[in-house]
Ligand binder design. Structure first.
Ligand code: NCD
Length: 477
């Protein structure tokens, strides 16, 4: 059956199944074969283009795409020109813009901002980058390029290079690659490793394995960022599964299908990191660096803009693919807009994979116990948004308790827990426990109360428990 994307949002790459991604690609093929022949497809439709961070490719390719489809574009490119500058919440802005436009494309510096806009707009919303969180449409351009250049998306080997901490494109890309059965080599700039919450997701939601490397953390003798970890899907090489150390060495020597380079996201660095040695020691990807056997077949990708990390001489190298990636942004976004607006139904032939990221159906934590998202850049912590957003988490593990913010996906590891079913009428049983206390594990997810300090637990009327071996007053209740 053809997939229908009409009316949907694209906030994280997890919002699309593998088949739906292939659907977008099939239509993008059609769009790029005859860019000028679709000028009536979205006639009468309006796209609001809200870019509150710098953008060249993403914004202009979205706007060009809508124009090519015969639709119209309204846009704002400066927060200072909107009522956000007066302290308006993004929810209120979304409500209003959703009545003017048929679709909203938003880029915003806060992580989770695009989800809030989608929650309130009432029209499809596309995340064009929310802080350091995700950039799913760049991933579509990246995967499309991989498919075009390598023939298939199944079982590719990709090295991710550079700022994996703040680079939102690699967060979306790693998840998508994992779903298509890729082997991923993580080569971060030291100090800019892939965030733990993304790595955890790769293993919990995509069922692959992560082999961490504990070698030297500096640029190696070949000028390469050190290998920090390798992610292998279950269909990955056997050697790796059986004898990790040797297997990994063999795996690395065999080389990769693509090297995905990212720039240092200077605008997201804290003041202390700004002058740090890691930022200074960013090697330049050049013909010299890539002359080894392991990069012979590797296409070189970059979401752009480049700064110093990619030598201009690479532009003449047949492996350089970054301008093609950018060029493909327009047909990809034409296809996506047409599908989300319901102006075209998608169809794919021969595409496998109805699968999304494995939806785990995690229980939700929405209690008012003072637990907030620890990410200072999360939308839930911003003054204008705290008036209406209540922190919300998925309980991704209960022993020990791990919560994932539903907006920015950062994790919280609360230190103290209690049960909402504490009492059974007996005040003596109103106890809190350290999160690592075995008794804490007996509290079922739907009853758990999480606190970030003993003071918070005590302020909620709980007394310290666990030391005397007192039983938690329930089991799976
Ligand atoms: C990227 C972004 O904005 O995250 N640019 C883009 O959209 N192509 C990458 C970057 O800015 O480094």
């Amino acid at each position: 059956m053809a997939a229908s994307l009409a009316g949907r949002d694209l906030i994280t790459i997890d919002d699309l199944s593998n088949r739906e991604i292939e659907t977008v690609f099939a239509l993008a093929d059609e769009m790029s074969a005859s860019v000028r022949e679709h000028s009536h497809l979205c006639q009468g439709m309006i796209m609001a283009s809200l870019f509150f961070e710098p953008s060249t490719r993403t914004r202009l390719s979205f706007e060009a795409a809508m124009n090519r489809l015969g639709g119209r574009v309204i846009s704002v490119a400066e927060m200072g020109n909107t009522s956000l500058a007066k302290g308006e919440s993004i929810a209120d802005m979304a409500r209003v813009v959703g009545t003017y436009a048929d679709i909203i494309v938003i880029r915003h510096p806060w992580e989770g901002a695009a989800k809030v806009v989608a929650d309130y707009a009432g029209v499809p919303v596309v995340n064009a980058g929310d802080g350091g969180h995700e950039h799913p449409t760049q991933t579509l351009c990246d995967l499309y390029t991989l498919k075009k250049e390598k023939g298939s998306l199944e079982g590719l080997k990709i090295a991710l290079w550079g700022d994996l901490k703040y680079g939102r494109t690699v967060h979306s890309l790693a998840c998508a690659l994992a779903r298509f059965g890729a082997t991923i080599h993580f080569r971060p700039s030291p100090g800019f490793e892939m965030p733990e919450h993304v790595l955890r997701k790769l293993t919990t939601e995509y069922s692959g394995r992560l082999e961490r490397q504990n070698g030297p953390k500096d640029v190696d003798q070949d000028g390469l960022f050190p290998l920090d970890a390798i992610y292998v899907t279950p269909s990955g090489p056997h050697q790796l599964a059986n004898i990790p150390a040797v297997g990994i060495q063999m795996e690395v020597e065999k080389g990769v299908d693509a090297l995905y380079v990212t720039r240092l996201q200077r605008e997201r660095l804290g003041k202390t990191q700004e002058g740090g040695g890691s930022a200074a020691a960013y090697p330049v990807v050049s013909s010299e660096l890539l002359k080894g056997r392991k990069f012979k077949e590797a296409i070189v990708m970059h979401p752009l803009p480049r700064v110093d990390e990619l030598a201009y001489e690479m532009d003449a190298d047949p492996r350089a693919m970054y301008f093609k990636q950018a060029e493909r942004g327009m047909p990809i976004r034409m296809a996506l807009l047409a599908l989300l607006l319901g102006c075209r139904e998608g169809s794919t032939t021969g595409a496998r994979g109805q699968e999304y990221a494995q939806k785990k159906g995690y229980p939700v934590y929405r209690r008012d116990t003072g637990i907030g998202c620890p990410n200072a850049n999360c939308v839930t912590g911003q003054e204008s948004e705290t008036r209406y957003i209540r922190p919300e988490f998925q309980i991704i593990s209960s022993a020990p308790l791990v919560l994932r913010c539903v907006y920015c996906e950062h994790e919280v590891h609360p230190q103290y827990v209690a049960s909402s079913k504490w009492h059974q009428g007996i005040l003596e049983k109103k106890r809190y426990y350290r999160a690592d206390n075995p008794l804490a594990r007996r509290i079922s997810p739907q009853n758990v109360l999480a606190f970030d300090s003993e003071a918070a637990a005590q302020a909620a009327g709980f007394k310290q428990g666990g030391r005397s071996g007192k039983r938690v007053p329930e089991k799976g209740a």
